[in-house]
Design a protein around this ligand. Structure first.
Ligand code: ADP
Ligand code: MG
Length: 257
């Protein structure tokens, strides 16, 4: 569970460029929630995710993860709770290292074992099986450098690496935005499978109204650093793109799709 109370973050305070990236945000996200985060450019979506991850410290307010107050904890001390995937398929993996080596790094993250330690055959088998779950045939390309794979394949592997240690929370910041529509769809379906299989609590930023209606059990609409709209339960289940656009219009938020 993530509990955010009265969270504010101001950039360029006291200057003409002052901007409230987060403005008194109060939000409780339950364990297992799959929250879609939408909103115009600059509305505070990435700032919200950065604040949860601890790559950015709040000016005001509190954040709790599983009832532990993490407000003052730096990102590396929250890392055990959190997996992240960003927009760029080239971030998050080492291009010259093979699929197996990249996965090994992710597997050993947070462990005291030396990286030089060879993987046991059981560990190799485990990683191969997880790669096979992506249904991209990458289990037969374990020795291929990741840099030679397509954007969609890399993003699927990045997702796998981010969730290999079963973190409580998965933060996805437009992680399919740089992919072609078919790869994006594939990565989204894999995302959904991983979230439900491992009961992760997830926030996924997207600009797609279609994704916002099709995926997740809750939609949060950010506007000027505030949660302008929070749709969940039955309303989310029956949500259409048209209704969602209407909710934007009601609040005089105009989006460019
Ligand atoms: P979104 O992800 O919704 O597009 P962001 O959370 O990245 O928006 O940004 C929210 C607002 O905060 C924007 O006006 C942005 O310009 C500003 N902002 C974000 N990060 C910084 C920063 N490091 N320095 C100054 N302003 C920032
Ligand atoms: Mg952003």
């Amino acid at each position: 569970m993530i509990k955010i109370e009265n969270a504010s973050k101001v950039f360029a305070k006291g200057t003409p460029n002052e901007v409230y990236a987060l403005k008194n945000v109060t939000l409780t996200i339950q364990k297992g929630d799959f929250v879609i985060v939408i909103g115009t450019n600059g509305s505070g979506k990435s700032t919200l995710l950065n604040a949860i991850a601890g790559t950015l410290m709040l000016d005001e307010g509190r954040i709790q993860i599983n009832n532990e107050d993490v407000t003052k904890l730096p990102d590396f001390k929250r890392a055990k709770y959190i997996g992240r995937v960003f927009q760029n398929p080239f971030s998050g993996t080492a291009p010259n290292m093979t699929v197996a080596e990249n996965l090994q790094l992710a597997y050993l993250r947070g462990e005291k074992k030396s990286l030089a330690l060879a993987m046991t055959s059981a560990q190799k088998k485990f990683l191969r099986e997880r790669v096979a779950e992506l249904r991209m045939g990458l289990e037969n390309r374990m020795d291929t450098p990741i840099g030679l794979l397509s954007g969609g394949q890399r993003q699927a592997l990045t997702l796998l690496m981010a969730t290999l240690k079963k973190p409580e929370i998965l933060l996805l910041d437009e992680h399919t935005a740089a992919l072609d529509p078919i790869s994006a769809e594939l990565v989204l379906v894999i995302t959904q499978e991983i979230i439900s299989k491992y009961h992760l609590t997830a926030l996924m930023v997207t600009h797609s109204m279609s994704y916002a209606t099709r995926f997740g059990n809750r939609v949060i609409m950010m506007n000027l650093g505030e949660v302008a709209c929070d749709i969940q339960g039955e309303e989310k289940q029956t949500l259409t793109e048209q209704t969602l656009l209407k909710r934007f219009e009601e609040r005089h938020i105009y989006i460019v799709i």
